[in-house]
Design a protein around this ligand. Sequence first.
Ligand SMILES: [Zn+2]
Length: 291
Amino acid sequence: MTEVQIGAASVARIEESYEPNFEAATFFADWRPERVAPHMAWLAPSHYDPASGMLKLSVHSWLIRIGGKTILIDTCVGNHKPRPKRPLWHMMETRYLERLAAAGVRPEEIALVMCTYLHMDHVGWNTRLDNGRWVPTFPNARYVFSRADYEHYLALEREPQNRPAVHGAFRDSVVPVVEAGLADMVSGPRAIDEHLTIEPRPGHTPGTVAIRLDSRGAGAVFCGDILHHGIQVYHPTWNSFACADATLARRSRRAVLEHCAGTGALLMPAHFGDLFVCHIEAAGEGFVPSF
Ligand SMILES: [Zn+2]
């Protein structure tokens, strides 16, 4: 388990899956042999599987403990969720909750769940199956959702040609939380408490946010899918196939990288491979990770 200290906060990585899962050249239109060859020494085997040509994207949550409060950022894919168009994520049965328990946390102890946006690999454990119904996995938590993303997917869900929105994740992993009265919708920059701040970083989706953690002069940025993969540190203009607004996605990615490079904040991505987190240094037109 990766665990880092940010001021008074300890932050642990709770893994759901870590395996080759997306074809690199499909995921990034810019992924070409001559462009990635200079990076191969660090790409393989933790970030890329040369044998299959697949990216190796981790899917994990970040568990923050600070001042007696326990917070979960991004909740992966979840168990038993039908995702037939994503076979690797279809009807998963992982030991995610056991890994959370191994980190010393029961679901009842989570006070706050924050999703950097509302795609299926960031909301899944918001709910669990209980006698055929999707119920909140963390019954004592407030769940913080981006209002812009919520309204975007709510609108899609109302259009028959777009249902089910986000492969069904909106219906089984977001709506039950809202119906249970546990959701807080936020828009604009917003301080969540004395340590956590939400910053709108639209582009990947309309409501994508970065979450900043600041404690005792140390900082971290949970960037969700503003960056999917370490190659985007070197090439911040590279969008994934899933970035909804190409221009905004690039602008938001650069803003996050500039913040980390300028302040020394640790970058805490949702999908980078081992070592999973990095510091950022400016280098020419792009950036380089440092550890
Ligand atoms: Zn993701």
